[in-house]
Ligand binder design. Sequence first.
Ligand code: EPU
Length: 433
Amino acid sequence: MEKFIIHGGRPLEGVVTVSGSKNSAVGIIPATVLVKGPCILDNVPEISDVFLLFEILRSFGAEVTRLEKSTYRIDCSSVTPPVVADQQAVRKMRASYYLIGALLGRFGNAKVGLPGGCDFGSRPIDQHIKGFESLGAKVTVDLENCNVIAESDGLNPASIYFDIVSVGATVNVMLASVGVPGKVTIENAAKEPHVVDIANFLNAMGADIKGAGTNVIRINGGKELKGGRYEIVPDQIEAGTYMVAAAIAGGRVEVKNVIPKHMESISAKLEEAGVGIEELDDSIIVTRLDRPERINIKTQPYPGFPTDMQPQFATMLTTAVGASVITEGVYDQRFRYAAELRKMGAKIEVDGNVCVIDGVEKLHGASVRACDLRAGVSMVLAGLAAEGVTEVSEIRHIERGYEGLVEKLRSLGAEIDKVDDGAVLSDAAECCL
Ligand code: EPU
């Protein structure tokens, strides 16, 4: 089993360049199914979730070619039904559910395995299904064979109101709507930067989508998507993770290739914790000299504080001066990593969706596991700050979303290595993805 070994206690210094957004890429790659022509994508993050989606598209008959580092050509022109998505691959990630919307938009029918992804408690897809049904699809969830089947004789215009703000449902229904001959309105839509990026990609390919980034998205469907070139936006959460790395380990780090506007809630919370933040055009310089101050956080849909930065901030706050309270407002179980942090000396208590952290002066190294993607990277952050050696196992979760983590941290002066201890992970453990 591969692990990260971190010798902590070194401040970070230097410049780190952020890769393309994972959550944009995992929407845009399935969206290429809607395009009857070659799409060239720049700034594609080279992470395992992206490689998995490429494999799924190839199994559909798409051509996927790496033109150079982070630039890929995807041509789904020759994809023809019946399209069968490999169930094992689909179940390894959450965003594979975008294949339902994309196949529905292109062919009016889709059969895709139930999605996997990080386990934060129940992650229903009722709003996706509600949206597809409003567009005229009949949706069956075949629990016995773990498939979602969406069928139609052609989709129809509709006005859809989501009961909750969901990134996945917004994107999925937007993808299907591109294939509707007429107008679709999505109300109470998610406003995350990656929702906007996926809409911008579709528009660049020939779609007519207005309002992405507000809570009402209007799609004038039925346009032919012919292909083109598109650059994926920088990853807001990867950028935030390096900002917190500087804040927890100390030192001065310039985080390059960011859109500062996307970072506002993260920058504001770091400043509130006494961390120095200097915004330039496409980079942010983070400076930390003393221990961070205590703060409270509540996670919310964008532009609120992102749930995907909650474990990193909780980890930073384990070494803050004073007690902090974090309220998780998006998921019902996203504090599973607290037990791992306790092994490193953190004082952290969880009650439902609230966690209270009493800052200690120093963490100490320990053997910990990556429970999921963001919790996993937070163990790495804890290791950077801790005295002694930290070993992080189950790093496959982290590699789903962070390109070149070891190289990037080493370039900042961190002492981190990836090793393979030869142990084999059982299939049963693999199913927890
Ligand atoms: N929800 C429902 N019904 C639905 C859909 C969602 O009740 O039909 C609930 C969820 O259970 C959750 C809330 O609504 O409580 C928000 O979920 P959302 O649909 O917005 O999340 P998602 O689309 O499954 C995406 C990101 C996550 C990120 C969330 C929230 C992708 C591929 N994933 O997930 O990213 O946490 O939005 O911003 O875009 C990550 O990158 O580590 C990650 C988990």
